[in-house]
Design a protein around this ligand. Structure first.
Ligand SMILES: [Zn+2]
Ligand SMILES: [Zn+2]
Length: 202
């Protein structure tokens, strides 16, 4: 799970996530302009620290292919899984379809996991027991997770204001922002977006 934010245990400096969700575009077409809901897949992520950006960020959580195959086998037998997506709330058929989408994505994915702030490889996961990350400016401070639980009730993202959810290619390249959700049409408006610097590929 993604903590609300991180905080230095000594000086209390706070480290916020720039964004808390990431989506893949699985459609074959371009994402310019708009994208169908059915072509979106929520990226499996873990909290990380990007050494290039000096901050907390989402990092792609890409398990080996056999983990995806095992999850698909489990949901096909009516069991629920936690990864690559928590299927507890879904009907068995929907869960199978969803995990099949993840399996297809994993089979085609070539690029190593990226920090989704800048697309780079210089990250460490923050949800491992070790290592704790020392606050560079502090003698004694370590950066610790702070978790708040909140419930959200409302129209859903992208209805009363642009959601600006980050949209990536299946290889983890930033491709756009999901702005307005046209629910009756089952699609999102997409604004262009790219990583600040071209992340070195391959
Ligand atoms: Zn500190
Ligand atoms: Zn970064």
């Amino acid at each position: 799970m993604i903590p609300s934010y991180y905080e230095c245990g000594s000086c209390r400096e706070r480290f916020e996530f720039g964004f808390r969700e990431a989506y893949y575009s699985l459609g074959s077409g371009s994402v310019e302009g708009s994208l169908l809901d059915v072509d979106l897949l929520c990226a499996p992520v873990r909290p990380g620290w990007c050494k290039d950006c000096s901050g907390v960020c989402l990092v792609e959580d890409i398990a080996p292919l056999r983990t995806f195959e095992a999850a698909y086998g489990a949901v096909r037998q009516g069991r629920s899984v936690e990864y690559p997506v928590a299927t507890e709330c879904y009907e068995p058929d929907t869960a199978s379809e969803l995990v099949a989408m993840y399996l297809r994505w994993r089979m085609s994915r070539k690029h190593a996991a990226r920090a989704l702030c800048c697309g780079g490889p210089n990250y460490i996961f923050m949800d491992d027991a070790q290592p704790l990350i020392k606050h560079a400016e502090c003698d004694f401070g370590f950066i610790e997770p702070m978790v708040w639980f909140s419930s959200y009730c409302g129209a859903g993202p992208g209805v009363i204001s642009p959601a600006n959810l980050r949209l990536y290619t299946s290889e983890g390249e930033l491709a756009g922002l999901l702005t307005w959700h046209r629910r009756e049409e089952g699609r999102w408006d997409v604004a262009p977006a790219h990583y600040p610097d071209p992340a070195s590929d391959n």
